[in-house]
Each structure stands twice: as structure tokens, then as C-alpha cells.
Design a protein around this ligand. Structure first.
Ligand SMILES: Nc1ncnc2c1ncn2[C@@H]1O[C@H](COP(=O)(O)OP(=O)(O)OP(=O)(O)O)[C@@H](O)[C@H]1O
Length: 708
């Protein structure tokens, strides 16, 4: 029986097709699973036809209905796999099919499609400009180097006419895909060795025969999982053609696939990468892989907020069909897990935050009553970043504890004074029947240590903001063994005040750490501008060393971010209403637009103005149903992990960013001051990198000094 595969280009049109046409596609595809090759060729309804004057003689069209045709690559080497390339209206399908040639890349051994006719037509035109150009884009790379990276003899002449990145991008839909990606990374300034490692080696099968051109079509298709989905049976066919299509479910970049589907890691593993590089996608696929391993141990998939946990749960259900397997996965925040563990052993005290207004007041009173020389801010920091971070429970432990990374030294006598304040703070909370979230985490970690681990695997997303007390919960929730912890995070997106050494918590990812570089979300214009917010900052990696955005790129292009300076707040909101209206008029769904503000109050004001202008709004803090109509309004903190087609970041003023109240004064703790300032910068960076297509940033009065 023949096999069936779909190229990614097919889905671009399929999603837009009317229902009856889709039905036609499903019926046609079902025949490829039922009929033999001879029966397919003879089928009257399908009309599997060769084309006259086709550049690739294996290309066929099939009939979907009177107006629509599919374009199929038919195997001519006995390998039996048919590849559906496109579905288009009749004439367009014929034209598309005639110009295409499908080949096997000499080094990646993947299947590539090129528009051979357009390349031939464009090359002489570009050549004229190239003859006059002072320098060509690939002058520094010899033919031999390019050939070693898989550029073939038919593409090479065109490559030698390219002057700049824009011209290269004119070939983006025309060149064979792997070859285009090689050229694109070279054009971004990466060395041939780096490109080999990032683009070629990750694709090339380990067992590829030395000589290229020896594999059959089915093997080349199997070598191309980043662009071709091979269908294993009728159920999978139904799944692909009936569920809403999301590329991330099927087509992982080879660098993503290599991380997510590595058979096993000997211990904790980590994936990092800038915003939108697919860390969450990789974490979800890792869960899918872990579910496929022998054994029936439970899996914890965890993240920072309830909203993100909800979205992980929904997406995991899209990725994993098997209900029974899904039952093995708990998707929850670390705090919720801690609460559950503590609740299993007795009543849970009422939870408070250790750095909110009431706690600050409490610290203030304690400092005063004990006559301490430190203010509430200092005590709160010491409690959070030394005592809770290290799980210290006695004065003796505190006297011995390392305070590395704190900006102010404390002698033994001073530590005794601080400890008195801490003991009093905890005594008062306990007397009120309360405890802080982090105290609860430490309690849960202790209980887990006593009860023993309850998960076989733990997968963590948005790991950069977890506090050491939360890490202790995770460390104790899973035994130290292979594939225990899989951690996804981006140090550039740390928006809270914690900094963690994973190693000191018994989580050693060395040798099991990978970075993603390609952004799938935002345009390069948005990235370049947003990366400017972080330029010059030293950002510590999750494990050790320094994290960088230097090699972080997007292949998407679009318009530059729009920056609007208003004189007054009402004028700023008028401009916002105008912008949102433009987006809506351009056909953007309200739910694909988000407005982010530093302060909840300014967000509410923006929401009121939009409502007054007749534009529906939804507050993200209300946890709206994803289908609820309305422009999303959120604080910048709540934008973590989300994405929208259009994003307006408003109120980016000197007063809001950095926000004085959120930054430890340098005279209290210089080191913490720097950490907090960086968190403010990251907050703006996070808000801006949520935009897929358009970013709009506005302020009134003096703009924030954090703007690039
Ligand atoms: N292989 C892929 N194919 C298509 N789309 C992808 C792929 N990988 C990621 N994406 C898309 O890119 C966007 C960003 O992915 P994701 O949220 O996983 O990134 P992230 O690194 O976790 O981002 P952030 O750190 O900013 O939260 C999503 O829309 C996702 O569907």
C-alpha cells in the first residue's frame, strides 16, 4: 500500500479552504491510504495526472473538485510514498506544479523544493546589478565552502548575483529550503562552521551514506521531519486534516527536535533561548517524548502562573491524543503543587506575600520595636534572598550561612539582630494563622523529602523566575536520575528579583544545556528594536556564565515598531485608541491585540477609553476564555509567556520604568539594586517581545530611560 506525506506548504492553503474543499481533500487523501499504486493511477475521480512541460516529471496533479487541484510528488523509484505539496485553484495549481523541482540536498539529505523557473529568470536580472556592485553578499565564501554546505550547482550561479540580505530574501520562496537557510545564516554573519553545526549537522541523519543521491524518495522524506509530515495511518490522517493546524505541533526545527526528542538525558537538562524561540514548544514535545518511554511514572509540567499553566494544559492536549497518557501528567504551578503537598498533611495557613504592603508594614514595626538599624526593605530582602532562599531555620544555620551576592556585609552580632527580627516576623505570621508562599514551598519541600519523590519526570517552563524555595520543591518532587528535570527558560526575561544558582540546589545541567536561536514569533524589526533594551547588560545564565542575545534572529520581516510621544496622558490614550482602531480596520481580531501597562490602574484607564470608543476589551487578570471577544488589557508582568499579533505597550514613562518602588535603593544593597534595575529592563523587554507583527510603544511626558 502506498504511504502518504504532507509538505508544510500544503497547510498554508489548507487552513484557508472552505469546508467542502477540505472534505474533498480528505476524501482524496483517504484513497492514497486505501488503493494500490496501480489503482490510484487508474482512479477516475482522482485523475492522478502527469503534466505537460513540467520541470519535474514526478509531479502530478489530482482532482479535489471542479475548481481545486492538489499537487503531488509521485514516487518513481518503487519507494511508494506520495507527497502532497499544495492545494490550489486549478490554473494556479498547474502553474505552480510546472515550475517546481524536488531534489535531495547533498549534505542534509532532506527533500527540498525549488521554483526552478523563477530562479532562472531572476538570475540574469540580478547579475546586471551584481556586475556594478562593489561587493557581493557571499564574496567571502568560496564555491567549495558553499558546496560543502549543500549549495548545489544550479543554485550557485544565483547565489553569486546576490548583493544584500533583501535580495537574498527575494529568493526565500524560490531556493531549496535547506540551502536557503544555510545562506541566510551565512548572511547573518555566522561562520561556515557555525552554520554547519546549526543547520546542516542537526538535519543530516547519523547513518547517511557517504555518497549523496543514493537514497530513495521515501528515505529523503523521512529525513525531512522539519517540513514533511509522514502519515502513519487513517487516524493520524484524520488528526492532521481535521484539527486546527498548528505548525509547532508537527514541524519542529531540527535544533528543537534534537533537544525535545533526545532519547534520554543522564540528569537534569536545560534549554534556553531568547523570546519566541520555541522553548515552551520544546517543553511540550519533551513531555510527549517522556510519555512514550517505558514505565508509567507520573510527569509534572510546571510553570510560573496559573494562566500559563492553563495554556500548557490546552496545548498538551493538542499534542498528545492519548487520554490515558494525558492522565499521567499534572500541569500546575509550583506554588499550587506546594499547596497540595502541604494540604495532604494538614490545614494550609492563609497565604501572604513576603514583600507586599502588609508584610512591609510588619517588618517596619518589628524593626522599630527591636530598635534595629535597618529599614523594612533591607529586612525583607535578607529574609527572601538569604533565609528563605537557603531554607535557614535556626540562628546557628544563619550564622554559618553564605551571604555571597549580598551588597552589604553583616557581622555575627548583626546577624543575631536580624535573626531576632526574622523570628518575630514568623512568630507573628504563625500567630495570625498565616504563612508566606515561599514558607509554604519550604514546608512542601521538607514533606516531599520525607515522603519521597512523587514524579518520575519534571518539566519546567519559564524557569528563570523561580525562587530557590520553589526549586527545592521541584528537586524533592523527583528522584535524582536520568531525565529527572527538563528546564526551559530565558535569563533575559527575568522580571522578578531572584537569581538562582541551579548547581547549589543540586541541579547540575552541565553538558546537558542547549540554546535556541531562531525566533518564530516576532519580526526581525521588532527583535532588533527590543534587543536594544537589553544592549550592554550582563545577564547571568540559568546555570553559569553569561547569556547573550548576539546570535538571536528571526526570519520574519515586517514594519518597524511605532514609537509615540504624547504631551499628556489623555493625548497618549487618544493615540492608543486611534492605533487600535487601525489594527481592527486592517482585519486584526480584537483578541489578537494586547495593551500592556506597567500599572494596573493605567491599564484600566486605557480599557475605559477603548470601551468609550466602542472597542470591546477584556482584562487578562479575569482569566478570559481564549475565544472571548475583546482587546486584551494586561500589566506588563502578566504578559509573560503570551503572544499577540499586535501589541501596544503604553505609559513607558520615566516614572513607570524603572519603577522606584520596585528597585532596592543602591544605599541599602548595591548588588540587589543592579538586579532590580535589570528586572525592570527585562520587564519592558518581555512586554515588547510579545508582539508577532506590530509593536507600538507610547508614553506621555518624559520617556523611560530604558527605551533603546
Ligand atoms: N517549530 C515551530 N514551527 C512553527 N511555529 C513555532 C515553532 N516553534 C515555535 N513556534 C511558534 O513560535 C511562537 C513562540 O514559541 P514559544 O512560546 O514556545 O517560545 P518561547 O521561547 O517559549 O517564548 P517566550 O520565552 O517568549 O515565552 C509560538 O507561536 C509557537 O507556536
Amino acid at each position: 500500500m502506498p504511504q502518504l506525506a504532507f509538505a508544510n506548504g500544503f497547510f498554508e492553503e489548507y487552513e484557508r479552504l472552505e469546508k467542502p474543499v477540505r472534505r474533498g481533500v480528505r476524501e482524496a487523501m483517504a484513497k492514497f491510504q486505501k488503493l494500490s499504486q496501480a489503482e490510484l493511477a487508474a482512479d477516475k475521480g482522482l485523475r492522478l495526472e502527469a503534466l505537460q512541460n513540467a520541470r519535474d516529471r514526478r509531479i502530478r496533479t489530482i482532482r479535489i473538485n471542479d475548481f481545486w487541484r492538489g499537487v503531488v510528488l509521485a514516487p518513481d523509484d518503487g519507494s511508494g510514498t506520495y507527497l502532497l505539496l499544495k492545494v490550489l485553484p486549478h490554473d494556479k495549481a498547474i502553474e505552480w506544479a510546472r515550475k517546481r523541482v524536488v531534489t535531495v540536498n547533498s549534505v542534509t539529505r532532506g527533500l527540498e523544493i525549488r521554483n526552478v523557473e523563477a530562479i532562472e529568470q531572476l538570475t540574469p536580472i540580478f547579475q546586471q546589478a551584481a556586475d556594478r556592485a562593489p561587493k557581493l553578499l557571499f564574496t567571502d565564501h568560496s564555491d567549495a565552502v558553499l558546496r560543502d554546505l549543500g549549495i548545489d550547482e544550479d543554485v550557485l550561479p544565483a547565489v553569486r548575483t546576490i548583493i544584500d540580505l533583501d535580495q537574498l530574501q527575494a529568493f526565500s520562496k524560490l531556493f531549496p529550503e535547506d540551502q536557503y537557510e544555510v545562506l541566510w545564516w551565512l548572511a547573518q554573519g555566522f561562520t561556515p562552521q557555525e552554520v554547519w553545526n546549526q543547520v546542516v549537522a542537526v538535519r543530516r541523519p547519523a547513518d547517511a551514506p557517504a555518497e549523496s543521491g543514493t537514497e530513495d524518495l521515501a528515505t529523503a522524506i523521512a529525513n525531512t521531519p522539519s517540513r514533511i509530515a509522514l502519515v502513519s495511518g487513517p487516524e493520524e490522517l484524520e488528526d492532521i486534516l481535521t484539527k486546527p493546524f498548528s505548525a509547532w505541533r508537527i514541524f519542529l526545527h531540527p535544533s528543537q527536535r534534537r533537544i525535545a526528542y533526545k532519547p534520554s538525558y543522564a540528569g537534569p537538562a536545560q534549554v534556553s533561548g531568547g523570546p519566541g524561540t520555541g522553548k515552551t514548544v520544546v517543553a511540550l514535545h519533551r513531555v510527549k517524548h517522556l510519555l512514550s518511554l517505558p514505565g508509567d511514572g507520573r510527569i509534572l509540567l510546571t510553570t510560573f502562573t496559573n494562566a500559563l499553566a492553563d495554556s500548557l494544559r490546552e496545548n498538551l492536549a493538542l499534542l498528545v491524543d492519548d487520554e490515558q497518557a494525558l492522565q499521567r501528567v499534572d500541569v500546575t504551578t509550583v506554588n499550587a503543587l506546594a499547596m497540595q503537598v502541604v494540604a495532604e498533611h494538614g490545614p494550609v495557613p492563609q497565604l501572604v506575600s513576603e514583600n507586599d504592603y502588609h508584610s512591609r508594614k510588619r517588618w517596619q514595626k518589628i524593626a522599630k520595636s527591636l530598635g534595629l538599624p535597618w529599614n523594612e526593605h533591607f529586612l525583607m530582602l535578607e529574609y527572601r534572598h538569604v533565609i528563605l532562599a537557603q531554607g535557614i531555620t535556626s540562628l546557628e544555620e544563619y550564622l554559618r550561612a553564605s551571604r555571597a551576592g549580598r551588597g552589604v556585609a553583616l557581622r555575627a552580632a548583626q546577624r543575631e539582630q536580624v535573626w531576632r527580627a526574622v523570628a518575630e516576623f514568623e512568630r507573628q505570621l504563625a500567630a495570625d494563622g498565616r504563612c508566606t508562599h515561599l514558607q509554604l514551598c519550604l514546608r512542601a519541600a521538607e514533606l516531599l523529602a520525607a515522603d519521597g519523590p512523587r514524579y518520575r519526570h519534571v518539566v519546567v517552563d519559564e524557569a528563570q523566575d523561580l525562587h530557590p524555595a520553589q526549586w527545592r520543591v521541584l528537586r524533592n518532587a523527583v528522584a535524582e536520575q536520568s531525565d529527572d528535570l527538563f528546564i526551559a527558560g530565558d535569563p533575559h526575561q527575568r522580571i522578578y528579583d531572584t537569581r538562582v544558582s541551579l548547581r547549589s540546589l543540586g541541579i547540575n545541567v552541565s553538558g546537558r544545556s542547549a540554546r535556541l536561536r531562531l525566533n518564530y514569533r516576532s519580526t526581525q524589526e521588532i527583535l532588533t528594536w527590543a534587543a536594544g533594551i537589553m544592549t550592554g547588560e550582563r545577564v547571568e545564565a540559568l546555570d553559569e556564565g553569561i547569556d547573550t542575545l548576539a546570535d538571536y534572529r528571526s526570519r520574519l520581516r515586517g514594519s518597524r515598531p511605532v514609537l509615540v510621544s504624547a504631551g499628556t496622558q489623555p493625548e497618549e490614550l487618544d493615540a492608543l485608541v486611534e492605533k487600535v482602531r487601525q489594527w481592527l480596520e486592517a482585519g486584526v481580531e480584537p483578541s489578537d491585540i494586547a495593551v500592556a501597562a506597567r500599572f494596573r490602574e493605567f491599564g484600566s484607564r486605557a480599557a475605559d477609553r477603548l470601551k468609550d470608543a466602542g472597542i470591546p476589551v477584556v482584562l487578562l487578570k479575569d482569566g478570559p476564555d481564549p475565544s472571548a471577544e475583546g482587546v486584551r488589557i494586561a500589566t506588563m508582568h502578566a504578559m509573560k509567556g503570551l503572544e499577540f499579533r499586535c501589541v501596544a505597550v503604553i505609559g513607558v514613562t520615566e516614572r513607570a520604568l524603572p519603577l522606584q518602588a520596585a528597585v532596592t535603593p543602591a544605599e541599602i544593597d548595591r548588588v540587589q539594586h543592579e538586579i532590580d534595575m535589570l528586572a525592570e529592563r527585562s520587564l519592558l523587554f518581555v512586554a515588547c517581545t510579545r508582539a508577532r507583527e506590530e509593536l507600538y510603544v507610547s508614553w506621555h511626558g518624559t520617556p523611560s530611560p530604558l527605551l533603546p
